[in-house]
Design a protein around this ligand. Structure first.
Ligand SMILES: NC(=O)C1=CN([C@@H]2O[C@H](COP(=O)(O)OP(=O)(O)OC[C@H]3O[C@@H](n4cnc5c(N)ncnc54)[C@H](O)[C@@H]3O)[C@@H](O)[C@H]2O)C=CC1
Ligand SMILES: O=C([O-])C1=[NH+]CCC1
Length: 313
């Protein structure tokens, strides 16, 4: 008889998933992912089931990492929020399996993992691609990803000013009151973006919210939303003029509307830059287009499970 799997909830995940530990694990996973067979990451493109009746999607994201000897699948749902309901727009669960025999070892909250690993990967890209004197950080969006990006960016970098814009001023002000440091609330995306050195787009927009004409030459942009082939956050001016980095070339070319619609060409995966096989052109205007990778969930879930096990043996 198998033992029951462990059930690890959001509070426990929060406790074990600190950015300082997570970032080096994710850097290593990104390098392995971008190393082909040699890297030992098996990660098919995720399967997405549209739930059109409710403007929602269900995604299944499996991966195995030979280096970590970890096997997981995340099941994630994301829904357009039509009301001010407390239910998060994104919910997720990660199943962690024993790779040697397929036994389910743990069922782990995936919402906190998704928020933190996405923000941590943006911080990794930013460290490589930001201009040398980056003083102003701009966040477009004020939801869960805005929160996790704010946390890791204020921990890993020292910006002199942080600005936020959201689709209503009320939401942007709400964000500013929940975070620990000073945030300048902006009334328009253009006001927030003008003069910013690093820009993060973390919205559920389906049309561009960031226009290339507003962006300071040499700025670095982390484009996190618009993960459907017909959704946009960035306009063609920006997509055609930037140097474009992605997490996965294969997935970004299929899933990112900003890439599919603009037909912009991808310069490199961020794992190739970490490996040293492609340069970080930090003096140019750079975009890191992230769609999210299963292997990021795999290493995060393994970190949580191993930490939990060490305390609960
Ligand atoms: N690249 C990755 O690995 C991941 C990407 N995401 C994406 O990041 C984005 C943000 O996710 P969460 O913060 O979890 O969502 P959320 O629902 O917590 O926040 C969404 C934000 O977008 C704003 N928004 C909604 N519609 C908008 C519009 N039409 N124009 C401008 N702003 C709008 C909302 O006011 C809110 O501030 C989503 O597009 C999501 O799919 C989420 C998880 C992982
Ligand atoms: O990687 C991920 O979990 C997601 N990317 C876009 C929506 C959810």
């Amino acid at each position: 008889m198998n033992e029951q799997p462990a059930f690890i909830g959001a509070k426990v995940v929060e406790k074990y998933l600190d950015f300082a530990t997570l970032i080096p694990l994710l850097e290593r996973a990104l390098i392995h992912f971008s190393s082909g067979n040699e890297g030992g990451v098996v990660q098919p493109i995720r399967t997405i089931v549209p739930v059109a009746k409710y403007s929602g999607f269900l995604g299944v994201m499996p991966a195995y990492s030979k280096w970590d000897d970890a096997l997981t699948t995340k099941v994630v749902t994301f829904y357009e929020k039509k009301t001010s309901s407390e239910i998060p727009s994104h919910q997720a669960t990660v199943l962690l399996f024993e790779p040697s025999n397929g036994t389910l070892k743990a069922v782990i909250d995936g919402r906190v993992i998704t928020d933190k690993r996405t923000a941590a990967v943006s911080a990794i890209a930013t460290k490589l691609l930001k201009p040398s004197h980056a003083e102003i950080l701009c966040i477009l969006g004020s939801g869960a990803q805005a929160q996790s990006h704010y946390q890791v960016f204020t921990q890993q970098f020292s910006f002199k000013e942080v600005r936020v814009w959201s689709c209503t001023r009320e939401k942007a002000e709400g964000f500013a009151t929940t975070v620990t440091g000073q945030v300048r609330v902006c009334s328009t995306p253009q006001e927030a973006v003008t003069g910013a050195d690093v820009i993060i787009t973390v919205t559920m927009a389906t049309e561009p919210v960031l226009l290339g004409d507003w962006v300071k030459p040499g700025a670095h942009i982390n484009a996190i939303g618009a993960c459907r082939p017909d959704w946009r956050e960035l306009d063609n001016v920006l997509m055609e003029s930037c140097v474009l980095y992605v997490d996965s070339k294969e997935a970004a070319a299929k899933e990112s509307g900003d890439i599919v619609i603009s037909k912009a060409s991808i310069y490199a995966e961020i794992g190739e830059v970490l490996k040293g096989t492609k340069p970080a052109l930090a003096d140019k205007t750079t975009v890191f287009k992230s769609v999210g990778m299963a292997v990021e969930d795999t290493v995060s879930a393994k970190l949580v499970y191993d930490s939990w096990l060490a305390e609960n043996k």
